[in-house]
Design a protein around this ligand. Structure first.
Ligand code: AMP
Length: 426
């Protein structure tokens, strides 16, 4: 395995990757990045979402952009609006330290004027759906003459969605000496035909099937009304009495509110957010690390410095705006060969987002009902019984009281005794 540094990426990009927590290139990145940095040969990549293909083509393209010029140098075509936004966001993250680089996303169903404005400002990389991209080309708002890289992402999906004619029109308008990259999970005849018609002597690279999203993590979501979010969180905590996890919130304020409510309701929880002093942060983190705290309610930024390997759960009290952040959150559980669970509380308007994340993670999510009071009661009861079964008995302490206790309970059968005992707990 090679390192990112060995692929030939520059310091600005390496710094951004380091901040994102990318440690090593994925198989497709390992093969694609050095090639794209040093060769001008076209490339066909067999890769699904989840293999790291966005960075595989995005990182070398970012590095090869001439930031002294504001002209459009790369066009990335992708089938849906959500994917366009996601790719543009990923590229923004990767180019955080690359000065003078700008990325624009253009897609249908949104105001074209705003997109024209972002193109006018000068975006060297344009990520677009085929229809809107062609529209902007026809309006002469997007010029193809300076394009050096053309990337077809999820080419098979674009064809399935009926973009064949748009793709043909765009491909025909781009300069002959550009480098064309085509990524597709499958290779139907139509894709092979496009490759044959528009690509020269392309090298083929395969990513294998492996996805990055931790394989040991199960993803579950609960759909509730926005006002029932907290109730759902409590139920999640109740049904998992041994939970050891992070509850991610969107803002400091929400973090504080949720943690305060949990504490007031008797949960073993505390908050970690930017308003705490360093000493307070250290104190909370330490309690969590040594497991004196079961639930840490945190913002993404505040949780960054926390490295705990055996979390049982990650809870998304709210979904992050950036899907990338979901991947990072969920990657905090299921480490070191252990099983992990990533739970998300959503309201119905967020189902589209869950679908996108599911695709990115590359495995199905379970839609579970919020645990009922009865289920929780059962779970806690069994948990108590389990504890009682396994407890270490210290005879020296209790022997002296036992004769009296036996005598008092003599009249109860074994079954009745258990019933009394369980009811006392309630
Ligand atoms: P993609 O296949 O491009 O949609 O990427 C899937 C997910 O993997 C994204 O959330 C990326 O941020 C993440 N990712 C990509 N490359 C790496 C890497 N080398 N190490 C860790 N995560 C990565």
């Amino acid at each position: 395995m090679i390192t990112f540094k060995e692929t030939g990426l520059n310091q600005d990009i390496l710094k951004a990757l380091d901040e994102l927590g990318f440690e090593n290139p994925t198989p497709i990145q390992e093969k694609t990045i050095p090639h794209l940095l040093s060769e001008e040969q076209d490339l066909i990549g067999f890769a699904q979402t989840g293999t790291g293909k966005t960075a595989a083509f995005g990182l070398p393209v970012i590095q090869k952009i001439d930031t002294d010029s504001k002209k459009t140098q790369a066009i990335i075509l992708s089938p849906t609006r959500e994917l366009c936004v996601q790719i543009a966001k990923d590229l923004d993250n990767y180019s955080k330290y690359t000065k003078g680089l700008s990325v624009a996303a253009v897609y249908g169903g949104a105001s074209i004027d705003q997109q024209v404005r972002s193109l006018n400002k000068g975006a060297q990389i344009v990520v677009g759906t085929p229809g809107r991209t062609l529209d902007l080309i026809k309006r002469k708002k997007l010029k193809l003459s300076t394009v050096r890289f053309l990337i077809l992402d999820e080419a098979d999906e674009m064809l399935t969605m009926g973009f064949k004619d748009d793709l043909d029109a765009i491909l025909e308008g781009t300069p002959d000496d550009k480098q064309t990259l085509l990524f597709s999970a499958t290779m139907p005849k139509e894709i092979a035909a496009i490759a044959k018609k528009y690509m020269k002597d392309a090298i083929e690279i395969s990513a294998g099937k492996k996805n990055i999203g931790a394989e040991n993590v199960n993803h579950v979501y609960y759909m509730v009304n926005a006002r029932d979010r907290y109730l759902a969180l409590k139920r999640i905590a109740d049904i998992n009495p041994k939970i050891y996890g992070i509850v991610f919130c969107r803002t400091r304020r929400e973090t504080k509110e949720v943690a305060e409510k949990l504490m007031a309701d008797g949960y073993n929880a505390d908050a970690l957010h930017g308003d705490l002093s360093q000493a307070q942060r250290d104190y909370v983190m330490n309690r969590f690390r040594v497991k004196n705290l079961q639930l840490l309610v945190a913002t993404d930024v505040a949780a960054r410095g926390l490295d705990v390997t055996d979390l049982s759960h990650i809870i998304n009290y709210n979904l992050p705006d950036d899907l990338e952040v979901y991947i990072h959150r969920s990657g905090r559980t299921g480490r070191a060969g252990k099983k992990g669970v990533c739970l998300t509380i959503i309201h119905s308007r967020e189902t589209g987002k869950i679908k996108m994340i599911q695709k990115k993670v590359g495995k199905p999510f379970e839609h579970a009902p919020v645990p009922s009071g009865k289920e929780i009661c059962g779970k806690q009861l069994y948990n108590l019984i389990d504890k009682i079964e396994k407890i270490e008995v210290d005879n020296s302490q209790i022997d002296q009281f036992l004769p009296e206790i036996y005598k008092k309970l003599e009249w109860l059968s074994r079954e009745d005794l258990i019933k009394h005992f369980v009811s006392a707990w309630r």
